[in-house]
Design a binder for this molecule. Structure first.
Ligand code: ME8
Length: 499
């Protein structure tokens, strides 16, 4: 059995769950469900980032202790993830004691290797981002994200010798030992490493009351970003000391948004190299989306809320819509009107209508619908081809291609119904039964195929087909054509009511 370890970023606990984070998490969930369905020993880690000045400040403003705020908001994230049918195996919170202990151990190890030294850092600091900016990175002297002038800050701190890793990282990326995808993102990181001198990294700060103390100097605490990166190790219960890493290590996929690429493509692997820990197999940074052609912003009033969208379209459909609108690795645009159009086209008129038509035809025949003596080769080949495209697409994180393969099956069947005109035949006719069998068998395959994207609808469809135990089968059995008999079919509620 292969293992599959996948991670998302951990989200700032003081923010509301946003559609951007939901996008990353849904994508990770689809991959996790796909790997579980395939029989892989899968571990899906997500969670929240709970330390730092911003969180302490937000708690003060709300008359709460930081821990109270974290507890309240972490629960909110979990609730939204439940709504979105996120099947994480572990929801990590960086205020968990084992995480804090692990980070302390790891810092001691790096310190013992002489890769940490004390110094003074002075720089342009954005409170909103909790990070320093170089003047080059600012837009008109302002933080590109918060559009505020950073403050000049000087403080004693510890530095990590990040500069020592510039050459090793360049080599690892160049030789694809450290794989960053899509290609564009890899080139971005390579370009940066080739053209800029990597400076040592300030890893601690003074007077942050809500952070993990530097073990040998408790007046300093570790910078929230560094603390957060180590969640990928504490999330699988590594204690920071044991030489043997947990079996899930290294991650097979680390999914992130392109905004946090440098943290994950440079700083994170440098820490792992400093600890002699194998690097993740793949770092994949997806794109950002605009809404109706514009950047999402409160002032424009175009912020999409994942919970509201799940109420409008249903969580299953929302997952499908988000991942089908534009290619995963690229930037794209979404909008409510596009969601309505796509919902009606793919789901209501597409999959949903095929289900309703097929079941209506099947119910006209009273007996069990058995595999025909001569298997329909066109159907068998069509389904085998669809599976091939679908599997290759999910392995390459091309969600939109996998969804396209499903839509093509539906189109094939719609044409088949129109051309074979089963309504002209008597239900006792062998030809009628063959047509219905082919269509039911397609629905059974569709239930498997839609599962990673729409787990609840997939289960409903299996039930309508009278195949409640089908998912207990291995995928390789499930993928075979023409072996199953249908004898307990029912027409339930409409799967995707038109909106
Ligand atoms: O960066 N549009 O957390 P975060 C699209 N705690 N995606 C967005 C988005 C938007 N408007 N806003 C956020 C952090 N995201 C750190 C991570 S990991 C060790 C620590 C997505 O909650 C984006 O993909 O601010 C980003 O990568 C992720 O949410 C986390 O954002």
């Amino acid at each position: 059995m292969s293992k599959f370890y996948i991670t998302t970023p951990i989200y700032y606990v003081n923010d509301k769950p946003h559609i951007g984070g939901a996008y990353t998490t849904i994508a990770a969930d689809v991959l996790s469900r796909w790997h579980r369905m395939r029989g892989d020993d899968t571990f899906f880690l997500t969670g929240v980032d709970e330390h730092g000045q911003k969180i302490a400040q937000a708690a003060r403003e709300q008359n709460m202790t930081p821990q109270q705020l974290c507890d309240q908001n972490a629960a909110k994230f979990q609730q939204v993830f439940d709504t979105l049918k996120i099947s994480y195996d572990r929801f990590i919170r960086t205020t968990e004691k084992p995480h804090e202990k692990m980070v302390s151990h790891v810092l001691n190890t790096i310190q013992n290797k002489n890769l940490i030294y004390s110094g003074t850092y002075s720089g342009l600091y954005c409170v909103g981002c909790e990070r320093y900016y170089t003047s080059k990175e600012l837009t008109d002297g302002k933080c590109p994200l918060h559009h505020k002038k950073p403050i000049t800050l000087s403080e004693n701190c510890y530095f990590f010798k990040l500069s020592a890793f510039q050459k090793p990282l360049l080599r690892l990326i160049d030789t694809n030992e450290w794989v960053i995808e899509p290609e564009e993102r890899k080139n971005e990181v390579m370009g940066f490493l080739k053209s800029e001198t990597l400076e040592d990294l300030a890893i601690s700060r003074e007077k942050v009351e809500w952070g993990i103390p530097i073990p040998w100097e408790r007046s300093q605490s570790i910078y929230v970003w560094i603390d957060a990166l180590f969640n990928y190790l504490s999330g699988i219960d590594w204690d920071g000391k044991n030489k043997k890493m947990p079996d899930y290590w290294p991650p097979d996929v680390q999914l992130i948004g392109k905004d946090i690429l440098r943290f994950h493509a440079i700083i994170w692997p440098a820490f792992l190299l400093s600890l002699d820990i194998p690097l993740p197999k793949l770092l994949y940074a997806h794109g950002f989306f605009t809404v109706g052609g514009q950047k999402m912003s409160k002032s424009l009033g175009n912020v999409l809320d994942p919970e509201e969208l799940a109420t409008t379209f249903g969580p299953d459909a929302l997952r499908w819509l988000l991942l089908s609108e534009f290619p995963f690795g690229q930037d794209g645009d979404i909008s409510l009107s596009k969601f309505y159009d796509k919902y009606n086209a793919d789901l209501s008129h597409g999959v949903g209508n095929l289900v309703r038509r097929t079941i209506a035809l099947a119910l006209k025949y009273k007996g069990a619908i058995e595999p025909p003596k001569a298997i329909d080769v066109d159907f068998k080949q069509m389904i085998e081809k669809a599976w091939k495209i679908y599997e290759g697409a999910l392995d390459d994180l091309k969600f939109e291609t996998a969804i396209g393969a499903i839509n093509d099956i539906v189109t094939f069947c719609d044409k088949y119904i129109d051309s074979s005109e089963p309504w002209r035949l008597s239900s006792d006719d062998k030809q009628y039964q063959t047509i219905v069998y082919n269509l039911l068998e397609v629905l059974r395959h569709l239930s498997w195929l839609i599962y990673p994207f729409m787990p609840k609808k997939s289960n409903v469809l299996f039930q309508l087909l009278g195949l409640k135990t089908e998912t207990k089968k291995s995928l390789s059995l499930g993928k075979q054509w023409g072996k199953v008999e249908f004898n307990n079919i029912s027409q339930g509620d409409i799967l995707f009511p038109q909106l």
